[in-house]
Design a protein around this ligand. Structure first.
Ligand SMILES: *[C@@H]1O[C@H](CO)[C@@H](O)[C@H](O)[C@H]1NC(C)=O
Ligand SMILES: *[C@@H]1O[C@H](CO)[C@@H](O)[C@H](O)[C@H]1NC(C)=O
Ligand SMILES: *[C@@H]1O[C@H](CO)[C@@H](O)[C@H](O)[C@H]1NC(C)=O
Ligand SMILES: *[C@@H]1O[C@H](CO)[C@@H](O)[C@H](O)[C@H]1NC(C)=O
Ligand SMILES: *[C@@H]1O[C@H](CO)[C@@H](O)[C@H](O)[C@H]1NC(C)=O
Ligand SMILES: [Cu+2]
Length: 216
């Protein structure tokens, strides 16, 4: 009985954490993370500016994510200022489709000169994905542009095996709803569902294992 309870709760914990992973912003450091409200615009429920901003290169910066859905449309925006609210008015990486779970690191960011960014300028990066069927998902990082900042090494900025990107076949940003969605976005949704079904099968397998161990 004790064994069965332990196995079941372990399986349930694994199920919950995988099913809700959505995506993480690992570098530059996210303001915070609450998977339950990750769909809250503009920053996934993290409205307080970080007291510990990440120094980020003036050009050639990278952004490291961990992807929790087998595919997603991704877009990156920026708002300049030390507490820019929801003014994410500048796209710095137009929408594309990413496929594959785990580490995904975007590289080579260049900022439009119209933003007038220089050493010491503060800004907030917003990463948006369409990872869930009916809303965008948001993570934000507060940065300070620095002429001496360097990118993290390959232990932080890397692509998991099998991660690929393609041009998005849906115009615009990943904030589309399922009824507006077309092509790739629909694929992303069925992909997410596919992942959940896979996890549920694991859970079933774990529970079946429990039942079998009772039988034995
Ligand atoms: C500040 O951020 C850096 C980079 O993300 C991190 O290594 C460090 O631990 C943080 N410091 C505090 C006090 O949170
Ligand atoms: C650009 O930024 C510099 C330094 O912050 C400032 O002095 C200058 O007025 C800005 N120019 C424009 C056009 O905003
Ligand atoms: C990860 O893959 C993307 C898309 O192919 C690529 O642009 C990026 O440079 C890769 N990141 C690393 C760290 O190689
Ligand atoms: C994403 O959706 C939110 C909520 O509907 C909206 O306020 C925001 O402007 C959208 N972002 C973009 C880049 O369109
Ligand atoms: C969906 O795709 C079709 C065919 O590519 C296109 O004509 C239509 O405008 C798209 N609808 C939306 C909402 O993007
Ligand atoms: Cu999710």
């Amino acid at each position: 009985m004790r064994t069965a309870t332990l196995s079941t709760s372990t399986a349930l914990v694994a199920f919950a954490s995988l099913a809700n992973a959505h995506f993480n912003l690992d570098y530059p450091a996210a303001r915070g993370f609450d998977e339950d409200v990750l769909g809250t615009f503009p920053c996934g429920g993290q409205d307080t500016v970080s007291s510990n901003r990440t120094s980020w290169p003036l050009s050639g910066g990278s952004i490291a994510l961990t992807m929790g859905h087998i595919d997603a449309n991704v877009e990156v925006l920026i708002a300049v200022g030390s507490d820019p609210g929801s003014a994410f008015n500048t796209i710095i990486r137009p929408t594309f489709t990413e496929q594959g779970l785990g580490a995904f690191c975007m590289t080579g960011f260049t900022l439009p000169s119209s933003l007038n960014i220089s050493d010491g300028t503060e800004a907030t990066i917003q990463v948006v994905t369409n990872g869930d069927p009916d809303r965008g998902l948001y993570n934000c990082a507060d940065i300070t542009f620095s002429s001496t900042a360097t990118n993290p090494d390959s232990s932080v900025c890397k692509n998991a095996t099998g991660v690929t990107t393609t041009q998005a076949s849906v115009a615009g940003n990943p904030n589309v709803t399922s009824s507006e969605a077309n092509g790739t976005t629909n694929g992303a949704e069925s992909g997410a569902v596919g992942m959940r079904v896979g996890v549920e099968n694991l859970l079933l397998a774990a529970l079946t294992g429990v039942v079998l161990s009772f039988a034995l």
